[in-house]
Write a protein that binds this ligand. Sequence first.
Ligand SMILES: Nc1ncnc2c1ncn2[C@@H]1O[C@H](COP(=O)(O)OP(=O)(O)OP(=O)(O)O)[C@@H](O)[C@H]1O
Length: 312
Amino acid sequence: MQVVQLNNVSLRYDSNKVLDEISVSVQEGEYVVILGASGCGKTSLLRMIAGLISPTSGSIFLTGRDVTRVAPRHRDVALVPQQAGVYPHWPIGRSIGMGVRGRLSRPEREQRIREAAKMVELESLLDRLPEQLSGGQLRRAAVAKAIASRASVRLLDEPLSAIDANLRYQIEKDLSRLHQQSPGVTIHVTHDGGEAMRLASRVAVIENGKIAQFDTPDQLRTRPATPGVASALGRSALITVPVTRIDGAWASKDGRKVAGPDAPTGSTSVLGYYEEDLKPLEAGQAPESSDHWIDHQRNATVNHDRIVWFLE
Ligand SMILES: Nc1ncnc2c1ncn2[C@@H]1O[C@H](COP(=O)(O)OP(=O)(O)OP(=O)(O)O)[C@@H](O)[C@H]1O
């Protein structure tokens, strides 16, 4: 079942076009990560799904219902915002309770809060004020609020930023587990490629206002659609070389030839490789070879099987 569907959604802030005709469909059970550089429109996309802002054009469907003009409280969504997500002057148990929807008796409501808090291991801290919690615990409380809502669309805006590495891995595991235990979908925004690849069933990479690729982590790793996608995955720096197809090989501007995928003569393409795959050029090593490409600028070589081809 399609839980979230965006049809040709565009967003402008005055004359600034941030998102351009985005179409995405998220199926029941999927953990989708939206990956992109700072300022590319990730938060705006989540806020449109939550109903906090309206698209300039296009439509949004949640579980088959057109909600483009429906108020946030009438959508089956829970948003964990980038900042806070809990109220500064309330014990966190009360904030988590604000996520609970529907008419429940007081004991039922408290039970829902306790269950959500237990899932993120905050059960014993429900009476504490936010200022009495660590950054990681605060994030967990905000996630508990989304869990307590039982919304079928959970929207997490950079839930792991500003958390130290050890705790990040722990919370990543928690997020995966919580997702598996809850029906619906999770949509998680980040600019950290590693985080995206570890958590997602599919990753949507935003580039220049469009979805450059929406694919499984495995497909992204082995067949990134553009150099921008390959860079966003966050391995070491991606080095690119424009090439043209001539006489059954690819030639760089300085006339060096390299074997690669077949294409008609005259086609242009880009080959790319990660800095981490470079090996120092050894003295006396053959200048050109069918199994490696030489990067003269860096005095290093890269094996052909490490080269990623971006065919146009
Ligand atoms: N209310 C607003 N009015 C005008 N411009 C805005 C508004 N909100 C966001 N923008 C602009 O829209 C663009 C996208 O912002 P958004 O917060 O969606 O990006 P992001 O990908 O989530 O960024 P980050 O990773 O830095 O949080 C940015 O250029 C931002 O400056």
